[in-house]
Design a protein around this ligand. Sequence first.
Ligand code: NAD
Length: 462
Amino acid sequence: MKAHDGIYLDGAWRPAASRDVIEVVDPADERVIAQVPAGGAEDVDAAVRAARAALPAWAATPPAERAARLAALRDVLAARKDEIAETVTAELGSPLAFSQAVHAAVPIAVAASYADLAARHPFEEQVGNSTVLHEPVGVVAAITPWNYPLHQIVAKVAPALAAGCTVVLKPAEDTPLTAQLFAEAVHEAGVPAGVFNLVTGLGPVAGQALAEHPGVDLVSFTGSTAVGRRIAAVAGAAIKKVALELGGKSANVILPSADLARAVNVGVANVMSNSGQTCSAWTRMLVHRDRYDEAVTLAAAAAAKYADRIGPLVNAAQRDRVRGYIEKGVAEGARLVAGGPESPRERGWFVAPTVFADVTPDMTIAQEEIFGPVLSILRYEDEEDALRIANGTVYGLAGAVWAGEEPEAVAFARRMDTGQVDINGGRFNPLAPFGGYKQSGVGRELGAHGLAEYLQTKSLQF
Ligand code: NAD
């Protein structure tokens, strides 16, 4: 796999001050495929300085020109979509078809949406005797995870550039090659030097130095709740703005009137896609007691179909973590109806598609984010019970409701404490705000709401 041995700083690939490196491993066969620099505090400092220096000119660039650069970025990503898919498959392990259909395609759609929004957004408005200016927040630290490596980068960098902010990106250590490819695309798109900078490196070293850097105005973080809490504390101490997209434990609520087979099949597909490494996955399926046994049989059969199709988990630690949760589920009395903790293959960090029945709301597997291909099926007595269970975790990122008629599902969805709900299998919308209630996060990404995160207001009174 192609890799740069430098960091992308002020418009060029330059040697990192740090001599440390990160080895990139293919999770499907455990082979080292590349190495990239593990940047240190000095590299982060250089990148933040470059972003600060580029800020005044980029912030003053007319929105139409910023939109033109984003349209060019979209075109480069589209032209290089096969390379993107191959790179994500190599370092994340997702099957190539999924990498093409999701990991490569969604970021192109998101970049396109911000090319459009940058051109159309009202960066000035009249409020009575005031003119309100929507100005860029400043230098953005973007810290991203590995599970949707390009999507999470584009969901931060595109709105930041549309707003007139400049950016330093610290991508996840497991997927730096996708981030390097993105930096090449930004360069090809003609974005001016210093507007976007990339420092690959370790979270507790480069990530922490970036979050703490006094030259950063906004920290936009996607990742685990544990790290998000630390970042919020660091940002809070410095009164920096912060946006957090964190973990989830979403509920898939199947009301008695629903098409059960469809709801179960789509629900299982949702949990197994990307090997369960999706923050918004519907990992708790809630079924009425009268239809429970039927749902369990359907789910076990559906999960078995993924046995040969599922990719590995991203690394050995994630694989071990997920297997630990499966063992805990068994120990706490849940009933395994598909999969289990045994490795299904000799090499690679694979976990079998796993389904648990007889899961109760207090069990660890019903409360904690597992981040693997593991579905828990819970039984409810009536709608109030279903709502209590659905809302009964510290998370609130996403969810689903199924019912015979849409209004019934919508009435239930209105009472859920969560940021997104798919009604009867509703489609992903790259313009709809995405983000969490409760401990799933602070702020929103995507569309106009995502753009607003990178703007601050100034009121002129007349
Ligand atoms: P993580 O929190 O370990 O790492 C995320 C990023 O933070 C990485 O770039 C990492 O290097 C960096 N980091 C780690 N320690 C740091 C520190 N002390 N200071 C600064 N940066 C640091 O998460 P992960 O394991 O890469 O990703 C999985 C998690 O991300 C899951 O919990 C998942 O739910 C969450 N996630 C949330 C969303 C969302 O939109 N809400 C989307 C995807 C993933």
